[in-house]
Design a protein around this ligand. Structure first.
Ligand SMILES: CC(C)(COP(=O)(O)OP(=O)(O)OC[C@H]1O[C@@H](n2cnc3c(N)ncnc32)[C@H](O)[C@@H]1OP(=O)(O)O)[C@@H](O)C(=O)NCCC(=O)NCCS
Length: 185
C-alpha cells in the first residue's frame, strides 16, 4: 500500500532503506524510543527487512523529490474494552511517529500523520486513534493538536523507558490525545 501527499510518499520499507533508517535510529532523541536504538548498519539492515514484511501498517516516510526515507509512522489495530456482548472489534490505533532530526520543523510530520490518519479511518476501519506523548515533548504534543486530537488527560509517572543514574526507573508524565472517526475532517 502506498499513500501519496503533496511532498511525501508513505510506502512499505525496503531492505535498501537500511542506511536511512540507521541515520535516524542510531541515536533516538526521545526516551520512549530508546529501545529502538540501532548500533550498526547491520542491525539497521535487519530492522529494514523486518519492517518490509508489513505492507499495511508500517510506513517509511519518503521525500518525493529525492527518494530519501526521512522517518517512519506505524500503528496496529487494537481491541478496545470488550462490549456488553463480548465483542472486541479491533478498531483502535495508536500511531508512533519519528523523523530524522535534519528534517523536522518543515511540516513533514503533519503531512505524513494526516495522510496516515486518513488512511486508517477510511481504509482500515479505524474508529478511534489515540497517542501517548511525554509532557516535555512539545513537538509531538503540538503535532497531536494540529491533527485535531483532543487532550484526554495527563497520567503522572505513567511509564519508565530508562533508568536514572542510580539504576532506578525514571518515570515519565504522559499525555493522552485522541480523535474519533466522527470528529475527523
Ligand atoms: C514529533 C515529530 C515527529 C514532529 O516533527 P516536526 O517535523 O517537528 O513536525 P511538523 O514540522 O509537522 O510540525 C508540527 C507542529 O509542531 C510544531 N513544532 C515542531 N517542533 C516543535 C517544538 N520543538 N516545540 C513546539 N512546537 C513544535 C510545529 O511548529 C508545527 O506546528 P505549527 O504548524 O503550528 O507551527 C519530530 O519532532 C520527531 O521525530 N521527534 C522525535 C520522535 C518523537 O518524539 N516521536 C513521538 C513520540 S511520542
Amino acid at each position: 500500500m502506498t499513500v501519496e501527499t503533496e511532498r511525501l510518499i508513505l510506502r512499505p520499507f525496503l531492505k535498501s532503506d537500511a542506511g536511512d533508517v540507521y541515520e535516524y535510529l542510531k541515536a533516538p532523541t526521545v526516551n520512549c524510543f530508546a529501545s529502538m536504538k540501532l548500533n550498526s548498519l547491520r542491525e539497521a539492515e535487519e530492522e529494514a527487512e523486518k519492517r518490509a514484511e508489513d505492507t499495511e501498517y508500517y510506513f517509511a516516510i519518503v521525500l518525493k523529490e529525492s527518494g530519501k526515507v526521512i522517518g517512519e509512522i506505524f500503528a496496529y489495530p487494537e481491541a478496545g474494552e470488550p462490549h456488553a456482548d463480548g465483542q472486541m472489534p479491533r478498531d483502535t490505533f495508536s500511531p508512533c511517529w519519528m523523523l530524522n532530526q535534519n528534517y523536522t520543523g518543515k511540516g513533514y510530520a503533519f503531512e505524513a500523520a494526516h495522510a496516515f490518519f486518513d488512511y486508517l479511518f477510511k481504509q482500515k476501519g479505524a474508529r478511534r486513534i489515540y497517542a501517548y506523548t511525554e509532557d516535555y515533548n512539545t513537538a509531538s504534543r503540538r503535532l497531536c493538536e494540529k491533527l485535531g486530537m483532543r487532550c484526554e488527560g495527563l497520567f503522572l509517572e505513567f511509564i519508565s523507558f530508562v533508568n536514572d543514574s542510580n539504576g532506578e526507573p525514571h518515570y515519565e508524565n504522559t499525555y493522552q490525545y485522541a480523535v474519533l472517526k466522527k470528529e475527523w475532517r
